[in-house]
Ligand binder design. Structure first.
Ligand SMILES: CC(C)(COP(=O)(O)OP(=O)(O)OC[C@H]1O[C@@H](n2cnc3c(N)ncnc32)[C@H](O)[C@@H]1OP(=O)(O)O)[C@@H](O)C(=O)NCCC(=O)NCCS
Length: 132
């Protein structure tokens, strides 16, 4: 994400979300957020209660070239260093292969698996590294 997008990003902070766009194009291609784990998620993943959850979604035309990993790394750095979080959690439905690959690239560790509203789901946890 470019510095020039900061104003736009800040305008989204009240909604707890960042917008994602290409460097060379103003169109939005996705969003990312750090948000309290919802009651609905906690119902299936009690280990994540009271956690701050990383969520991200890109429009399908922009899958596969690394936008999510770049945006995700920026969000995780902000969470640990800017918000001083010690732990960030995430969930993904088991069939969402791309989500699991992304979360592993962002250094999330798999935790509990559980039934979800539609599919089995896996909870993840990323901990702030000591000394950072
Ligand atoms: C999850 C989601 C954001 C992942 O998007 P993505 O584009 O697959 O993720 P990445 O940015 O990590 O990109 C991975 C691909 O880019 C490639 N890539 C990574 N860095 C790259 C770079 N610098 N240059 C070129 N390619 C790169 C990887 O090799 C990989 O390629 P592949 O698809 O051929 O295996 C997307 O699938 C999505 O929006 N899904 C729906 C919502 C969802 O499930 N969200 C998850 C909830 S946490």
């Amino acid at each position: 994400m470019r510095r020039e997008t900061d104003r736009l990003v800040r305008s989204w902070l009240n909604q707890n979300a960042w917008v994602i766009r290409r460097r060379d194009d103003v169109r939005l291609i996705g969003m990312a957020a750090l948000t309290p784990v919802s009651a609905a998620t906690a119902q299936y993943q009690p280990g994540l209660v009271d956690g701050i959850e990383f969520v991200i979604a890109l429009g399908e035309p922009d899958w596969g070239w690394g936008a999510a990993i770049e945006a995700g790394q920026a969000v995780m750095t902000y969470g640990f260093d800017g918000m001083n979080l010690s732990r960030i959690v995430a969930v993904a439905d088991l069939p969402n292969t791309r989500s699991h690959l992304l979360l592993k690239r962002l250094d999330f560790e798999p935790r509990q698996e559980s039934d979800g509203p539609k599919y089995r789901m896996r909870g993840y946890e990323a901990l702030r590294r000591s000394g950072t």
